[in-house]
Design a binder for this molecule. Structure first.
Ligand SMILES: N[C@@H](CCC(=O)N[C@@H](CS)C(=O)NCC(=O)O)C(=O)O
Length: 204
């Protein structure tokens, strides 16, 4: 059985939604980030970087990084493009999410990762917010005339949905992003998404 180590409202929500959609039995283990559980000796054995998500595979081995976990789950549950070009485009988008959109947001919430000088935090946060907002606008443009990131619903969609909720958390004017907001509404109509949003108590 698969086990997901997750934190409410974190990027692990993407895998949580995929597992919930899958219909397969899985275990969800909550990690208390605020209490520093991700830095305990036991958790660092699962992920030496002290981050969620971690996916415990059927044999118990831990798999880390959204860039690996989501394609794996997508292939296992038929939520991944089959053709080589579709797959390459999916990897391109996952790369953009993991290496640009997510780190931009980390500048807002975790400025201490980028400097030891706390007087520089406000500037780092401000730049992060600006870059994150610009990326959300890019995502909004991607949805012009389409329902999902790929030709059909895939693991890309729960991942993209997470960043929408982070935009809400940072009080960005999300309603202005019409295509992205319509996508968010489509996501919320999916029972599995609604269940996870409720379970993780996420504001959307
Ligand atoms: N590159 C990792 C990033 C994971 C990550 O940064 N997770 C955040 C939550 S969204 C976390 O666990 N943060 C804990 C901390 O900063 O202490 C991935 O995409 O899986």
């Amino acid at each position: 059985m698969l086990t997901l180590y997750y934190a409410p409202g974190a990027c692990s929500m993407a895998s949580h939604i995929v597992l919930e959609e899958s219909g397969e039995k899985y275990e969800a283990k909550k990690v208390d980030l605020a209490a520093g559980e991700q830095r305990t000796e036991a958790y660092l054995k699962l992920n030496p970087l002290g981050r969620v998500p971690v996916l415990g595979l059927d044999d118990g081995a831990p798999l880390t990084e959204n860039t690996a976990i989501l394609p794996y789950l997508g292939k296992r549950f038929g939520l991944w493009p089959n053709d080589p070009i579709g797959e390459a485009k999916a990897l391109s988008l996952i790369g953009f999410f993991a290496s640009s959109v997510h780190p931009a947001h980390a500048h807002i919430g975790r400025p201490e990762r980028y400097t030891a000088d706390s007087s520089a935090f406000p500037g780092i946060k401000e730049a992060g917010l600006k870059t994150f907002h610009a990326h959300l606008k890019q995502i909004d443009d991607m949805f012009a005339g389409r329902e999902w990131f790929s030709d059909k619903y895939s693991v890309l969609d729960p991942y993209g949905f997470v960043f929408y909720t982070w935009g809400v958390r940072r009080e960005l004017p999300m309603a202005e992003l019409r295509n992205y907001t319509a996508f968010k509404d489509r996501m919320l109509k999916r029972p599995a998404v609604a269940r996870v949003v409720e379970n993780e108590k996420v504001k959307v």
